[in-house]
Design a protein around this ligand. Sequence first.
Ligand code: ADP
Ligand code: ZN
Length: 728
Amino acid sequence: MSELLPNYRIQVLLPLPLSGVLDYLVPEELILREGDFVTVPLSGREVQGVVWNSNPEESDVPLDKLKYVIRKTDLPSLPESLMKFISWVAGYTLSPLGSVLKMALSVPRKFDKPKKKTLYKLASELPDKLSPARTRIKETAVGNMPLTVKSWCEIAAVGEGVVRGMIKAGQLISVEVSGEENFLKPDIGLKRAILSGEQSKAAEHIVQQQRKGIFKAVLLEGVTGSGKTEVYFESIAEALRDNVAQILILVPEISLTTQWLERFRERFGAEPAIWHSEMTPAQRRRVWWATIRGEARVIVGARSALFLPFQHLKLVIVDEEHSTTFKQDEGVMYNGRDMAVVRAKQMNCPVVLASATPSLETLINAESGKYDWLYLGERHGPAELPDMMSVDLKAEPLKHGSWISETLRDALNENYKNGEQSLLYLNRRGYAPLTLCRSCGHRMECPNCSAWLVEHSQFNRLECHHCGFRRHKPEICPQCEAENSLVPVGPGVERVAEEIATLFPDARLAVMSSDEISSSKALKRMIESIERHEVDFIIGTQIVTKGYHFPMLTLVGVIDADLGMSGADPRAAERTWQQLEQVAGRAGRAEHAGRVIFQTYQPNHPVLQALISGDKDLFLEREAASRESQNLPPFGKLASLIVSGPDKNKVIGANKALASKAPHSKNLKILGPVPAPLSYLRGKYRYRFLVKADVNVNLQNEIRHWLDQLPSQPSVKIQIDIDPYSFY
Ligand code: ADP
Ligand code: ZN
């Protein structure tokens, strides 16, 4: 037996946090290739894995110690391109290979066979008179699209009763499908926009890159409302002429893009495949299968869609490429935008990075000629860019307990009288960021984190936004026991809404924050109600900066433009500029002119100067110069190591050991350890090292070598973050 064995040894990668592959033997009757799914034994269990190497070199594991592969799973094999991408991401982020595979295979029950299903399509003949709800269904239906009852409810925002009623009346006709619901083929000729000169030039450029079938990164920069979406829709339509092409569009937070999906449906007469974390297992499975079979042609998703098993990826688009939500902040810490560029490069196709406020990293790549650079400078149609001004709160102090200056209040009043919509922006959830005892000064803090509890007026609750801890707001101070002495300090969106309600008792308000909007359905309802002009004032957190188009919105008031300017984050100023520019971009997107008012204590801050003058180039040049002088990204490399654990002494011990072995050279410096800004989080003490290096240093190698010298300790966790975006 032993003579035969060497030919039959393979290496299998398991979706477990293991850094390497495991060796197994192949039974004689099986033929296995790389990418095949297999079931193997592991410590008495059966585990699914992927054949990673079918012809490994000699290994130290003696053959008679090896176990046999149990069976081959009946699944299409993992495309080689995805295996390559998984390996690359693991190497770059210093994550265990198995953890990245696990992420790529996060499709529950993907091994199940799909069940039979009943879908419903619109009857070809419908009565002329239909109820408003039924009309909604009729109007939402594009072409012959059969859908589940649930999908109809979602798409047309109607109750299940309406759909069932139409089925009964023969207005919706059942279609039996075996297996998964197919994705309809996008209809590329359906509803072409007539592009402006600069729009068609941009679209043409992307199409040309796409036809060449080689890798190229393209920055599509355009002021808010300039038609970037129309431009890349056009390039998607062109790419779809290739009958097998698959196209991936990454968006910051898929559940926040109902307007986008509607536009897509109108343009292509079909829904794209959607991929995000809130999906049900059945929905995930459907998209995963449709992708690996090459049936899903257009996939729009959150960053994890990069790990879908594409067969013929021909174009990648990253919308709002500056968005920090592309960075995954736990587990495998990767940046979806950067990895999209890598994925495109490996697949030999172009990648388009679209934004009104591109990241400095991308701008510098465009400036140096590494990326192509397309620019749209005009808003579509009659829309003009809004007028911007700041209110200096030092010169015009706020009244006690008020967050709206007189200037802003007058503007809101005028807008309201004119019947136009106003948006108040404050990136803070809840009622007040801090609750304090008037008698003894005690601050209400989270027991698990070094953070204040945020007051939420609904249910009279205090909440930790880091760990989710909640408690009822106490009647007496837990420290001095004074009664009724706990007072809210500072504003959150709920408190601003309260002030607006007092100022404009008859006005209709909508608060847009993740507390109010618990589902994408709720969000859809709110957006539609704003579109129908059932709302006069919108008070929102950064949810509202996400690319919405509200034609009647003409005034944006920023309650606290200084929020987020300071802190340990080297990108603080850039990020504040991006957020404020984006929220300002919501104003005046149709025929009515828009106006933006920033309330600030620092009217001379470069961020505000850049916004108001419209001269962002000077600001970005200065940002770039300052980062270059400090050797910060993209001019230098940066990584952060968070050392954490429940036992403070053990964490400090680990810090000392790490510090003693820390590499230092002319090109690489290690700063720390220092307590992280959030020095206690979810019951764990946290310290941070920062690794700064020149661009030519192999940061991953240095860090790997450094950590390899230390024994691992189960009670202390070391989290490595390459290119960190989070500094708390
Ligand atoms: P951006 O993505 O740059 O913010 P959008 O693509 O959302 O801009 O365009 C802003 C608005 O202008 C949208 O309502 C869009 O439908 C409209 N629009 C842009 N370009 C055109 C065009 N060429 N024809 C018709 N409508 C357009
Ligand atoms: Zn907490």
